[in-house]
Structures are given as C-alpha cells and as structure tokens.
Design a protein around this ligand. Structure first.
Ligand code: GDP
Ligand code: MG
Length: 162
C-alpha cells in the first residue's frame, strides 16, 4: 500500500487536533488539550483504484514563532494550514506559516478555515481571504464540531499527496 505523510499546521487552538480526531476517530471534544510536539495518526483511504495510508502529522502550534518547525515537513507529500474563522489573527499567522513552509517545501497545500459552526465577531474581509486562498491548491471551510467538510478536506489532502 502507498504511504503518504501529510502535515497539519496552524496557530494554537485553531482546531488541528480536533479535525484530526474527527477524521480518524469520529469524535469531537470541547475540552482543550494542547498537543506537545507532534502526534502521528494513520488512516487508510481509498482513492479510485488506490488504497493510500495517510500518516497525519498533527503538529503543535505554541505561538506565532513556534507554530511551525520546518523539520516536520521533511518527507511530507502535502500539508494544510488551519485557520480559525472566529479569530482574524489566525489567518495572518497561517500566512506567515505558509511563507516559512514555502522556504523549505513546494509540496501542495490546502487552506482550511475551521470553526465554521461559530459566528465570527470581527469583520470578515472576503477579498483578503480570497487572496490568501489563491496561494494554496484549494480552500475548505470546515467544522470539526459538526463534521462539516472534514472528510472532503482530508480526501483532497490525500489526492494532492499522490
Ligand atoms: P489545536 O491547538 O489547533 O490542535 O486546536 P484543538 O483541536 O485542540 O482545538 C482548540 C479548541 O477549539 C478546543 O476547545 C476545541 O474543542 C475547539 N474547536 C476545534 N474545532 C472546532 C470547531 O470546528 N468548532 C468549534 N465550535 N470548536 C472547535
Ligand atoms: Mg493540537
């Protein structure tokens, strides 16, 4: 079976672990458990005629300086950067992470706007968000809580890894 490594990046608290848990174990937890370092999960997906074993690297996001470590990208076939629809700062942090990632990897990347079950309180600048999305190979609006688009997002990440 083909094995592919994919990485989940993003600022702290945007929902990286929640998206991974929802996808791998179909559970969502309101309680916040900080990821220390990296946790690797595996899940087999069928894409057309191929079975692909995804190795999902759920990476810690301590703060804007520690949320990305280039060594985690080594050997990754694709990655996503998760942003939080309710927190404007997480979008600019996500773009900073993309810039750092692009200095070490040209693997395809997805933009993921998570927590879409919640209302955002700040002004949502559609033009800015669309221009961010243009730097990626796709953009998904997700909710780890309601399971909105989670499967679609990981499927696309897997397709991009092939
Ligand atoms: P991480 O630091 O990026 O791994 O973030 P976590 O997955 O640990 O999530 C941080 C917090 O946000 C937790 O309290 C989660 O329950 C919550 N959370 C994550 N995803 C969602 C979502 O899609 N909707 C809502 N309402 N809360 C979420
Ligand atoms: Mg986490």
């Amino acid at each position: 079976m083909i094995q592919k490594k994919v990485c989940i990046f993003g600022a702290t608290g945007v929902g990286k672990t929640s998206l991974t848990r929802q996808f791998v174990d179909s559970i969502f937890n309101e309680r916040y458990h900080t990821t220390i370092g990296v946790k690797v999960d595996k899940k087999v997906l069928t894409l057309g005629d191929n079975d692909v074993q995804l190795m999902i690297w759920d990476i810690e996001g301590i703060d804007r300086y520690c949320g990305f470590n280039p060594r985690y990208l080594r050997g990754a076939s694709s990655f996503c950067i998760v942003m939080d629809r309710t927190r404007a700062q997480s979008l600019t942090e996500g773009m900073e992470i993309l810039e750092k990632a692009r200095s070490v990897s040209d693997a395809p990347a997805l933009m993921v706007v998570n927590k879409c079950d919640l209302d955002n309180e700040w002004h949502w600048d559609t033009d800015a968000v669309n221009s961010y999305a243009n730097s990626f190979q796709g953009c998904f609006y997700t909710s780890a809580k309601t399971n909105m688009n989670v499967e679609n997002m990981f499927n696309k990440l897997a397709k991009l890894s092939l």
